[in-house]
Structures are given as C-alpha cells and as structure tokens.
Design a binder for this molecule. Structure first.
Ligand SMILES: Nc1nc2c(ncn2[C@@H]2O[C@H](COP(=O)(O)OP(=O)(O)OP(=O)(O)O)[C@@H](O)[C@H]2O)c(=O)[nH]1
Ligand SMILES: [Mg+2]
Length: 214
C-alpha cells in the first residue's frame, strides 16, 4: 500500500530555516532578525549603521509593499540592501530569505534582516537567524512587552529606541527593562537614539562579541 507522507507548511518552513542557518554558519555570516512595530525605527537604525558600523554586512528589508526602506539604506551609503515585498504577508518567510541568499555577496560577516513592522507574526517564524532582536520605541508606550510577550521570550536582545523623546513622554523605562528580563533573564538591553547616537557603540560591541562565539 502506498504510504503518504504529510509535510506541513510549518515543517517546510523549519526545513528551509535550517538550510538558511547552515548557509549562514558555513559562510561565517552572523545573522539577526530585527522585529518591532511599524515606525519604531528599524530602518533608521540600519541607516545609522550604514555610516557607523564599520564591518562587512548586508541588509534584507521586508515590507508588505515597496522597496522604500532598502532604498533608504542604499541612499545612506550602504550598497548591500535587498528588498523583500511580502505582498500582504505580515512577516518574512524562510523561503523568501532563501531566495535572497542565492544573490547575497558571501564576503560579509553580518546580515541584518529587517522584518515587516509587526510585534506578533514575525516572532513565531524562524528564518535561520542566530538571534532575534526586538526593537521598542518610546512613543509606542511602555506596555508593549507585557502585551506582546512572544517576541520578548524569543529575543536575545532588545533595543529601546528614541530615548531622546523620554523627556516628552510618560514612559517608565525601568519597568520596561524589568518586563523584558521577566521573559528572558539573559536579555541584553540597549537604549538608543538616532538623533544623538547614544547606545550604538555598546550595541556594535555586543554584535562583535556575539560573532566571536559563533
Ligand atoms: N526622535 C527620534 N525619531 C526617530 C528615531 N529613530 C527613528 N525615528 C523616526 O521614526 C520614524 C520611523 O522610523 P523608521 O526607521 O522608518 O521605522 P521602521 O521601524 O523602519 O518602520 P516600518 O519599516 O514601517 O516598520 C522616522 O520618522 C524616523 O526619523 C530616534 O531615535 N529618535
Ligand atoms: Mg522600516
């Protein structure tokens, strides 16, 4: 009798994520999956890195529509920025990353994937990355960690961006840091601002440190 093997979409995704992970590992590419709400500053952080993070890296940027963000990163002076249009999808899939891997310059040490702006869906998809990095920002309000726990359970680092706006907002940053640590006691937290540049040297050193253990 013919046996049927059912491979769910979920396990297909996992297989593709493992393929991506092997590719990154074999080529020494330390890959992070950057996740946060629309407008929290993911592209701004990558634009800042284009001129300040002096390492060999590429960026893949996912958006529902347009290549506006990857164009911003190229305009900021970085030549390796690749767009993914999800066409309605609320997250990047491992297959979409796998397709980009084909054209990726392998002579890089880091790959940063900006996921679609969303605190829910991207957190449950493994793309083959080494780390997930969650991005929060001050104007979003200080209850996001409590309300969207999955992302913070799965992220090794959290960037709290737009700290230049703290003086204008009622945002309890100490409570947010406690909330992050409840979900992951080992999480590293960085307080950054694109306007002042604060927090980025620590973040860059953290990336370099982590790559050493890769
Ligand atoms: N004051 C302040 N504004 C910032 C900072 N970082 C980003 N912004 C502003 O926040 C807005 C949104 O930033 P983006 O970088 O486009 O946000 P994003 O997370 O990439 O958004 P999506 O790709 O739509 O999910 C822009 O107007 C930025 O100039 C910051 O540190 N401080
Ligand atoms: Mg963006």
């Amino acid at each position: 009798m013919e046996k049927k093997v059912n491979i769910s979409a979920f396990s297909n995704n996992n297989l593709t994520a493992e393929k991506n992970r092997k590719f990154f590992y074999d080529n020494g590419i330390f890959t992070t999956n950057i996740i946060g709400s629309p407008g929290c500053g993911k592209t701004s952080i990558l634009e800042y890195m284009a001129s300040h993070f002096k390492e060999k890296f590429a960026v893949i940027v996912g958006d529902v529509k347009t290549a506006l963000d990857s164009n911003r990163i190229i305009k900021a002076g970085h030549k390796y920025a690749y767009p993914i249009e999800t066409g309605g999808g609320c997250h990047i899939s491992p297959k979409q990353i796998n397709e980009k891997v084909e054209v990726l310059d392998k002579n890089i040490d880091y790959l940063f994937i900006e996921n679609v702006g969303n605190l829910v869906c991207p957190s449950s998809f493994d793309l083959g990355e080494r780390f997930k990095i969650a991005v929060l920002s001050i104007p979003e309000g200080d209850e996001k960690v409590k309300k969207y726990p999955a992302l913070f359970l799965n992220s090794q680092a959290v960037i709290i961006n737009k700290v230049d706006l703290l003086k204008y907002m009622d945002y309890d940053i100490e409570q947010v840091k406690i909330d992050c640590k409840i979900h992951n006691p080992k999480v590293r937290i960085f307080e950054t601002s694109i306007k002042t540049g604060e927090g980025f040297e620590d973040f860059f050193n953290y990336l370099r440190e982590q790559r050493k253990y890769y």
